[in-house]
Design a protein. Structure first.
Length: 232
């Protein structure tokens, strides 16, 4: 469901409308996405495989927006794995490491030999800075796999921030988490002075919280599989 479809659906469910109903519902929906985006639920967890290129502008040091396959809705990097040279297995990398440490690793002249032996084919650790994944400078393209949490305030495909003027933007909170979004948005709406209805707001909030408990339980049940290293 897109953002505009979600708001339109809510508008149709409100009986006593007024001049600001549609605008208020859109504003409440944006606030609800912000509230829900901090919750760790299984459908906001994802994994992607891509390459840290040695070609400019990446120079074997970072990968981020613009690189093929890089997800644009990352909220937090959960774990990072690297394929060792031609080996088929993925190895977990230490991180996130402060960006200063990542850069300092290759800054000392005495590390030249170490870099040629290790970082040329396998970065020893990684950092997360300015929306990019950073590693000590590599001498060859390296395949990595990223486990990450998605940002519930952004569109899954474009990474664009979802605002009241959004139309086709969407993310899993508007599909798999739609019930929590729906009841939470309506609870906010019926709490506004222009639409105040204490009984209805309380009922919608209760439904939202009950559904979030179900999502939390589902996430706990899926978690043992989610924390394993990705399969090749």
């Amino acid at each position: 469901m897109t953002f505009s479809e979600f708001v339109t659906s809510l508008y149709g469910s409100v009986n006593l409308k007024h001049a600001r109903t549609l605008t208020d519902l859109a504003e409440c929906a944006v606030r609800q996405l912000a509230d829900l985006s901090v919750r760790r639920v299984h459908f906001m967890e994802d994994s992607v495989e891509l390459v840290i290129p040695v070609a400019e502008p990446y120079a074997g040091e970072w990968v981020g927006p613009g690189a093929p396959g890089f997800p644009l809705d990352i909220l937090e990097v959960n774990a990072l794995y690297c394929r060792r040279s031609s080996a088929s297995a993925w190895s977990w990398l230490d991180g996130p490491t402060p960006i200063a440490d990542v850069r300092a690793f290759g800054a000392y002249s005495g590390n030249a030999e170490l870099l040629s032996d290790v970082a040329a084919v396998f970065p020893p650790f990684w950092g997360w800075w300015q929306g990019r994944i950073w590693v000590p400078k590599l001498a060859a393209d390296v395949s990595i796999k990223i486990d990450y949490w998605r940002d519930g305030t952004r569109d899954s495909a474009s990474g664009s921030l979802i605002t009241t003027s959004s139309t086709s933007e969407t993310n899993p909170w508007l599909s798999q988490g739609e019930r929590a979004m729906r009841h939470g948005t309506l609870a906010d709406y019926f709490s506004l002075p222009s639409s105040y209805n204490e009984k209805q707001a309380s009922a919608e909030l209760g439904k939202r919280n009950a559904y979030l408990e179900t999502l939390d339980a589902a996430t706990r049940m899926k978690q043992p599989a989610a924390i394993q290293a990705p399969m090749t």
